[in-house]
Ligand binder design. Structure first.
Ligand SMILES: Cc1cc2nc3c(=O)[nH]c(=O)nc-3n(C[C@H](O)[C@H](O)[C@H](O)COP(=O)(O)OP(=O)(O)OC[C@H]3O[C@@H](n4cnc5c(N)ncnc54)[C@H](O)[C@@H]3O)c2cc1C
Length: 406
C-alpha cells in the first residue's frame, strides 16, 4: 500500500520512519528541505515529563502583563483572520484546571510512547544528532511560582512522572554553570530523565536513512490541492504534477489548517511564533550548561547540543510573519548572558524563527478528522512539543492506518 506523507518536518519524518517499519510503501513530499520549517532551530528539548500545556488557568492572572509589557514573552497582534480569533477564544476557553489536567494526562501518555519510539529509532538508525540524556531543571524565581510548580508536580506524580523540587544550592550542584545565577533562583523542578538533541540534524539523518531504505523523497515539491473522487483523495496536486497514492498523512505544520479546509475539515492549528539563538560554547567545565534548563520567569529554554547552546523562547500570535526583530534576539542574548554569563561568545549568535503549529488545548490532531476523506489521516498541531511527541504520534497514526486497512 502506497502512503504519501506531506511534510518533511520532524513529525512527517517520524511518520515516514514508522510507516516504513510497518511495511508500507512510503513517499514524502515537501516544498523545502527536511527540517526547514518549525523543526529546524527549535529548543532541542525532549521534554517527556514537562508537558503542561500553555492553556493553563494561570494565564488569566498573567494576561495583562503578558500582553502589554514590552518584555513579555507572549505577544498578540490581532489579524484580519477569523482563524486567529476563533483559535484565541478556544485557547482562553481551554485555560481552566479541568482541561489543563486532562490535556496533561493525555500528553504524558503520548510522551511516554514517544520516549520508547525515539529510543527504538535511535537503535534502528543511530543518527548523528548530538543526543544527550542529562535531565532538566525548571527554575522558579518566587515562592509563589514555586508553589504552583509543586501543585503541578504533585498532579504529575499521580500520573507517573519522576520529578522533585530542589533548592537553589541543589540546582547549582546539578548544573554548576548556574552558580552566577544562584541568587535569582527560589527553587526548581528537577526531572532527571529528560533529553536533548539537534532536531535539524535528526531530520537530515532520518531523510538519509529512509532514502537508503527505498522511501522516495520529493523535495522542492509544493502541494497546491487535492483531486478528490468518490469521497477519497485520489491524488495530490503539486506544482510539479499529480501524485497518486492509496492513503495520505498530512504533517504540514502550520499549513495544515489551510489544506485541511480544502478537504472540508476544520483543523484548529495556528502559528505560535518563537525564536532561538545558537551559541558556540566555551568548553571549560562549568562555563556552559550540560543539563537542560528552563528559566520560567522569562519562559526561555536552554539546551546543550554538542558544542553549541540552543536558547529558545517567546510565543507570538502574529500570523505568518516570519521576520526576526532584533529586539527579540537581544532579549534571548540578554537572558543567556544573565543566566550563563560564561557560556560562550555572544557576539556571533545564530538567530532563527519558527512557527509552532499550535492547537488551543495543546494536544495534537492524530488520525482521522471529521468530514475529511477516509484515506486522509492527520498528524499535526504539536505546538511547543513537536520534537518531544513526534515519534509517539507517528506510532499512533501508523496504527490508525493499519486499523483502517484491516
Ligand atoms: C522557538 C521554538 C522552540 C521549540 N522548542 C521545542 C522543544 O524544545 N521541544 C519540542 O518538543 N518542541 C519544540 N518546538 C516545537 C516543535 O519544533 C514543533 O512542534 C515541530 O517542529 C512541528 O513539526 P512539524 O513537522 O509538524 O512542522 P514543520 O517542521 O513546520 O514541518 C512542516 C513541513 O511542511 C512543509 N509544507 C508546508 N506547506 C507545504 C506545501 N504547500 N507543500 C509542501 N510542503 C509544505 C514545510 O515546508 C515543512 O517542512 C519549538 C518550536 C519553536 C518555534
Amino acid at each position: 500500500m502506497h502512503v504519501v506523507v506531506m511534510g518533511a518536518g520532524i513529525v512527517g519524518l517520524a511518520t515516514a520512519w514508522q510507516l516504513n517499519r510497518a511495511g508500507f510503501d512510503v513517499s514524502v513530499i515537501d516544498r523545502m528541505a527536511p527540517g526547514a520549517g518549525a523543526s529546524g532551530g527549535n529548543g532541542s528539548q525532549l521534554s517527556y515529563s514537562y508537558v503542561q500545556p500553555l492553556a493553563d488557568p494561570s494565564i488569566w492572572r498573567q494576561l495583562p502583563a503578558l500582553l502589554w509589557s514590552r518584555a513579555s514573552p507572549l505577544k498578540l497582534r490581532p489579524q484580519l483572520d477569523p482563524l486567529q480569533w476563533r483559535w484565541a477564544l478556544a485557547f482562553m476557553a481551554a485555560c481552566n484546571a479541568a482541561t489543563s489536567r486532562q490535556t496533561t494526562h493525555r500528553l504524558l501518555e503520548l510522551a511516554e510512547e514517544s520516549r520508547r519510539a525515539f529510543d527504538a529509532m535511535q537503535a534502528d538508525i543511530d543518527p548523528d544528532c548530538d543526543y544527550s540524556e542529562t535531565g532538566k531543571l525548571v527554575l522558579y524565581g518566587t515562592t509563589a511560582s514555586l508553589e504552583g510548580a509543586r501543585r503541578q508536580l504533585e498532579l504529575q506524580r499521580t500520573m507517573g512522572s519522576v520529578q522533585r523540587l530542589v533548592d537553589a544550592d541543589e540546582c547549582v550542584a546539578i548544573e554548576p554553570a548556574l552558580a552566577a545565577y544562584r541568587a535569582k533562583i527560589s527553587g526548581a523542578v528537577h526531572t532527571p530523565g529528560e533529553c536533548a538533541a539537534d532536531c535539524l540534524k535528526l531530520c537530515t539523518a532520518l531523510a538519509q536513512a529512509l532514502t537508503a531504505r527505498g522511501v522516495k523523497f520529493m523535495l522542492g515539491t509544493e502541494l497546491v490541492g487535492f483531486d478528490v473522487r468518490d469521497g477519497r483523495v485520489a491524488a495530490l496536486r503539486t506544482r510539479s504534477g499529480e501524485l497518486e497514492a492509496d492513503a495520505f498523512v498530512m504533517a504540514l505544520g502550520t499549513a495544515s489548517h489551510r489544506f485541511g479546509a480544502a478537504l472540508g475539515a476544520y483543523l484548529p492549528v495556528y502559528p505560535l511564533k518563537g525564536y532561538s539563538i545558537t551559541v558556540e560554547v566555551d568548553p571549560a567545565p562549568g562555563a556552559a550548561p550540560t543539563v537542560n534548563v528552563t528559566d520560567s520567569p522569562r519562559k526561555v529554554v536552554f539546551a546543550r547540543i554538542g558544542s553549541r547552546l540552543r536558547v529558545a523562547g517567546m510565543a507570538e500570535l502574529v500570523g505568518h510573519d516570519a521576520r526576526i526583530p532584533a529586539a527579540r534576539i537581544d532579549t534571548l542574548v540578554a537572558a543567556t548572558r544573565e543566566v550563563f554569563p560564561e557560556a560562550g561568545r555572544f557576539d556571533d549568535v545564530h538567530p532563527w524563527t519558527g512557527m509552532r503549529p499550535a492547537t488551543p488545548t495543546g494536544h495534537p490532531i492524530i488520525g482521522r478528522v471529521a468530514r475529511a476523506p477516509a484515506n486522509m489521516l492527520f498528524n499535526t498541531g504539536h505546538g511547543a512539543l513537536g520534537f518531544t511527541l513526534a515519534f509517539g504520534s507517528a506510532a499512533w497514526v501508523t496504527r490508525a492506518l493499519q486499523d483502517s486497512v484491516r
